[in-house]
Write a protein that binds this ligand. Sequence first.
Ligand code: SF4
Length: 199
Amino acid sequence: MLEIVTRLGEKALHDQSLTTTEALAVLTAKGSQLTAYMAGAQQIKEHYFGPHIDLCSIINAKSGRCAENCSFCAQSAHHQTNAPVYALKSSAEIIAGAHKAAAEGNHCYGIVTSGTSVDQEVEFSQILAAIETISRETSIEPSASLGLLTADKAAKLAAAGCVTYLIILKPPAHFSHTFVQHTVMKKTSLRSNWPKMRG
Ligand code: SF4
């Protein structure tokens, strides 16, 4: 294995941070170098977590026609794509997806919706009820990605059994052109409120 991969692996195993130069070397690796880094990453993963892996399944619970213009996303209404467009799936469909994911051996089930945020009353209530049912009826860990969220809604999701919440808080510098600015600001403000949401 490359000397740098061995050296960086040792740092990771001793809980030491990489320098900016070392991190950039990982990010820009290509070809056989990249393969060496992947092998190094696998060694680190096995050191901390053993051979065990967690599987996560998602349901695209609401698709397309998003008003935002994230340039990488097929669900933005600003781009011409063939992404499916449909309103929020029914609770029964969302819950059935969780049962299927659990039966297939998944550990986590992500409910993902397109849009800046879900409708704060009707859609949010429906998703909340689905998460409560999934928590009660299955062993799978519910997760959600519903766009912008208030502290109150975050607390309700957690109380219903939602274990993780996924959101893009702030884009890396090289993606800064891909988001509408107001969304970045809102999402950043959400980040600063997160400690309060966790209670
Ligand atoms: S906010 Fe989400 S759904 Fe909308 S364009 Fe961006 S990534 Fe896609």
